[in-house]
Ligand binder design. Structure first.
Ligand SMILES: [Zn+2]
Length: 284
């Protein structure tokens, strides 16, 4: 059966088999995605506990990704207090940061067990259910955010399409995703290409547990265009090392990778700001 890339439409993606699962790599836009045979169960991954715990972002006001985000909102909306919906609320620290900035914010989170990380004030604003089970509740938002959550949806742009009516007229989407063009991913690709015995496991590990996608910027830009969204801004970056580990040795190793990423002009994460594509603004 011939396959085509779900992002750019190029035929003949490379298949890397993993027993009952497969990773596909597009030769055109270099996006990577996973498919599973029926009955496949992913390996449990340990180490998420620290990443999820609010202690990994002890001071949300100074956390660089949040600072960038609020700076972008200010450039677009001025001082206006906004209605924000966060899909995949996780530990709720982002919602707390929105409330601290005076915005109104709500979240959707599929895992009820993440409630334990949230303050009562935040938990009361979160609907604990998979996004696909949440019906349109008649509210609209100026901003809908996906912080590290878009990769878990098998058909992410179908979800965004369903949310399009939830955006207010001047509303924007904020998507923070993985990006497979950084040093870590390149080394994993090289390990597979040179058939290192540990190469496939390393490559598999570039996807987190239950993730369907390891996105690329060209693949995302192709999907943004095909699905009639307008790109306002995008940037490549890295998650602050403090968020990932408490081990000093590991932190130094991560900072080394980030240093090379900076030299290569890339990062393991990419952020996209979109708005619905409409007619061009009228000339003044
Ligand atoms: Zn492609």
């Amino acid at each position: 059966m011939s396959r085509t890339c779900p992002c750019c439409g190029q035929e003949g993606p490379r298949e890397i088999p993993f027993g009952q699962a497969q990773i596909w790599v597009c030769p055109g836009c270099s996006v990577q995605w996973r498919t599973y045979d029926a009955g496949f169960v992913d390996d449990p991954v340990t180490g998420d506990e620290f990443y999820l715990s609010p202690q990994s972002i002890p001071d949300p006001a100074s956390y660089p990704p949040f600072r960038d985000f609020f700076r972008f909102l200010k450039s677009r909306f001025g001082e206006k207090k906004l209605k924000i919906l966060d899909v995949g609320a996780g530990n709720g620290v982002f919602l707390q940061a929105c409330l601290a900035q005076g915005h109104e914010a709500w979240g959707i989170e599929p895992y009820e067990e993440n409630r334990r990380y949230m303050s009562d004030e935040v938990a009361a604003r979160v609907t604990f259910a998979p996004l696909e089970e949440v019906r349109d509740w008649g509210r609209t938002y100026e901003v809908i955010t996906f912080w590290d959550s878009l990769m878990y949806f098998p058909d992410p742009f179908a979800e965004l399409e369903r949310l399009r009516p939830w955006l207010s007229e001047a509303g924007i989407l904020h998507l923070r995703t993985n990006n497979n063009d950084d040093l870590y991913n390149r080394l994993a690709g090289l390990a597979v290409a040179t058939r290192r015995p540990w190469g496939k496991q390393f490559f598999w590990g570039c996807f987190g547990r239950n993730m369907f996608w390891n996105f690329s910027v060209p693949g995302m830009l192709a999907m943004i265009q095909t699905n009639h969204w307008q790109l306002l801004h995008h940037q490549k970056e890295d998650t602050p090392a403090d968020r990932l580990t408490q081990s000093l040795a590991l932190k130094l190793a991560i900072l080394g990778v980030y240093g090379v990423n900076r030299l290569l002009g890339t990062g393991k994460v990419a952020t996209y700001y979109l708005c619905p594509q409409g007619p061009p603004p009228l000339a003044q």
